[in-house]
Design a protein around this ligand. Structure first.
Ligand SMILES: C[S@@+](CC[C@H](N)C(=O)[O-])C[C@H]1O[C@@H](n2cnc3c(N)ncnc32)[C@H](O)[C@@H]1O
Length: 282
């Protein structure tokens, strides 16, 4: 690892390690609005997972698993998982998508979650133990250098992780390497649509929690996927983060977004979105 990589690894550990420890210690959910404030009530606790997932996906999951969700989409919903499949989750966090996948692939299948933050791995293993699952494994590692064998995976998924990677080209090359021929990738990732003025972009990055690496545009992200030789690339859904309704945002969000600037309404089709994307290895 070079000095820059080391600095990024340290930032990831600081940011997500703090989140994981907060969950491990308090059983409260993680903050999801980027301002670092912790939710105060158990009602707020379920808000993010409830926003992202169908009730039927959450019904069997223990509260600590649901509370640990800090994704930005629902990749499992378009994963079309079959019993016996091998699944890999890039940046598995507290493990919510891994546990949903484990249920879908059954005892003949296997799910690996990779995460660079040791306390996220601890949190995921604690959740795994509580659920009594044996077909899920969490590995400490970077998604830019996956600790996973080549041509071994049927489905790669990821939920709100690649957007913070400083080397997206490496991530998609690695995803391609570990997939079997014909294997699929489904990801939820935060992207920019349109052109946002640089000072406003910096505030939006901060608000979205993209403090390690600035967010890129949807076309730039798709280009990285094309570059890694994926085919059948499709954007399945685009969900707005609601910046067009600035007045309806909470006070902390407004403060972050207007820090040092005067907020101007974004032009049509410009803003911050969660993109649900699928692609296939030929
Ligand atoms: C926003 S959280 C999403 C967690 C999980 N996918 C979910 O939906 O709850 C990002 C996760 O990715 C991990 N992460 C960030 N950068 C990473 C990298 N380069 N390699 C591996 N894990 C990374 C963090 O430790 C954190 O657990």
């Amino acid at each position: 690892m070079n000095t820059k990589d080391n600095a990024i690894a340290k930032q990831i550990e600081e940011r997500y390690g703090q989140y994981a420890r907060q969950i491990l210690e308090s059983d409260l959910p993680l903050p999801f609005n980027g301002d670092g404030s912790a939710p105060q009530t158990s009602q707020q606790a379920e808000t993010l997972a409830e926003r992202l997932y169908f009730d039927s996906q959450l019904v069997d999951l223990p509260t600590p698993v649901v509370n640990a969700s800090i994704g930005c989409g629902n990749p499992v919903a378009i994963a079309k998982l079959k019993p016996g499949a091998n699944v890999l989750d890039l940046g598995s966090g507290g493990g919510i998508d891994c546990f949903m996948a484990a249920k879908a692939v059954g005892p003949q299948g296997y799910v690996i979650g990779v995460d660079a933050t040791p306390s996220m791995i601890d949190l995921a293993n604690k959740n795994k133990q509580a659920m009594g699952l044996t077909n899920v494994e969490f590995r400490l590692g970077k998604i830019e250098e996956l600790p996973v064998a080549s041509d071994s995976i049927d489905l790669v998924m990821s939920n709100c992780v690649i957007d913070i990677s400083p080397d997206k080209t490496a991530v998609f090359q690695e995803a391609f390497r570990v997939l079997k021929s014909g294997g699929r990738m489904v990801i939820a990732d935060t992207v920019i649509l349109g052109e946002i003025p640089p000072n406003l972009k910096a505030n939006i990055d901060m608000w979205a929690g993209a403090v390690i690496t600035p967010l890129i545009t949807l076309p730039e992200l798709l280009q990285c996927i094309v570059h890694a030789h994926f085919v059948d690339i499709q954007v399945e859904a685009l969900t707005s983060y609601g910046l067009e309704n600035f007045e309806q945002l909470d006070a902390a969000s407004k403060k972050t977004l207007t820090d040092g600037i005067v907020w101007k309404p974004l032009p049509l089709n410009t803003g911050l979105y969660s993109a649900l994307i699928e692609a296939r290895k030929p």
